[in-house]
Design a protein around this ligand. Structure first.
Ligand code: NAD
Length: 260
């Protein structure tokens, strides 16, 4: 479905980004991976995806907390893969603390990586998309782009912000074949959430399995995690022809979390 297309997926060395990169590669797109991690493991990941799906898989290790590196991620992809058809802004971090105790440097980092990086990659990728007459932008927001939880001020502010940015980019490009949408996952069992489960187990002096169950049922009525494969399938749909007239939406994949 995506043969001949090229996609950047930020934060794709782990978790949801990796799931989306895999789904895009399976659909035939060439991929620019990004994110932190062990160099040998990233090289092996590139080789495995390329071999399994017969697509080109490159890597750029841009630190997306820096505006200039967000820009070079886009220009490097244009130079090495020829264009950017699909841009997935997925890289993200979390910090949990009450507002009065929230470290200022953590606030700045969460806003930079979870929100400002998407502004920088989008503003750099749009001119090429506009010139070629095709573009698909998918921003990985969160249920926290739609509703809030205590102790996540920076994350909730950034995720509400990215939903707003999504709508503006959609409207500004509405008459062109460029769409911009947000996906809002509920709980997905990735390293980002595993850290929260382990912190809860420690704080409440309970088993990790109990903390996992409590975290799930507190928010997510299905009591099942959303999977990276489900999010990959939705991203492929949005990037493909079925998504042609969907733009400016924020789609929850949250087991009923925001239905409450
Ligand atoms: P993860 O920790 O598994 O992966 C995060 C990725 O971002 C990694 O590849 C990491 O290297 C990369 N990254 C972090 N800082 C970076 C930086 N400065 N520059 C470049 N890359 C950087 O997390 P995840 O759970 O897969 O989260 C991915 C996205 O999904 C995030 O935006 C997160 O907010 C969102 N999300 C996650 C969940 C969940 O339950 N896991 C739910 C809703 C939304």
């Amino acid at each position: 479905m995506l043969k001949g297309k090229t996609a950047i997926v930020t934060g794709s060395t782990s978790g949801i980004g990796l799931g989306i990169a895999r789904a895009f590669a399976a659909a035939g797109a060439d991929i620019m991976l990004n994110g932190f991690g062990d160099a040998a493991a990233i090289e092996a990941l590139q080789a495995d995806l390329a071999k399994e799906f017969g697509v080109r898989v490159l890597y750029n290790g841009a630190d997306l907390s820096k505006a200039d590196q967000c820009e070079t991620l886009v220009t490097d992809t244009e130079a090495r893969l020829g264009k950017v058809d699909i841009l997935v802004n997925n890289a993200g971090i979390q910090h949990v603390a009450r507002v009065e105790n929230f470290p200022v440097d953590r606030w700045d980092a969460v806003i930079a990586i979870n929100l400002s990086s998407a502004f920088h990659t989008i503003r750099k990728a749009l001119p090429g998309m506009q010139a070629r007459g095709f573009g698909r932008i998918v921003n990985i927001a969160s249920t926290h782009g739609l509703v809030a939880s205590a102790e996540k001020s920076a994350y909730v502010a950034a995720k509400h912000g990215i939903v707003g940015l999504t709508k503006v980019v959609a409207l500004e490009n509405a008459e062109s074949p460029i769409t911009c949408n947000a996906i809002c996952p509920g709980w997905v069992l990735t390293p980002l959430v595993q850290a929260q489960i382990e912190a809860r187990a420690k704080r409440e002096n309970i088993a990790v399995a109990t903390a996992e169950r409590e975290l799930l049922i507190e928010k997510q009525p299905t009591a099942r995690f959303t999977t990276v494969e489900q999010l990959g399938a939705l991203a492929v749909f949005l990037a493909g022809p079925g998504g042609d007239n969907m733009t400016g939406v924020a789609l929850p994949v949250d087991g009923g979390w925001t239905a409450r």
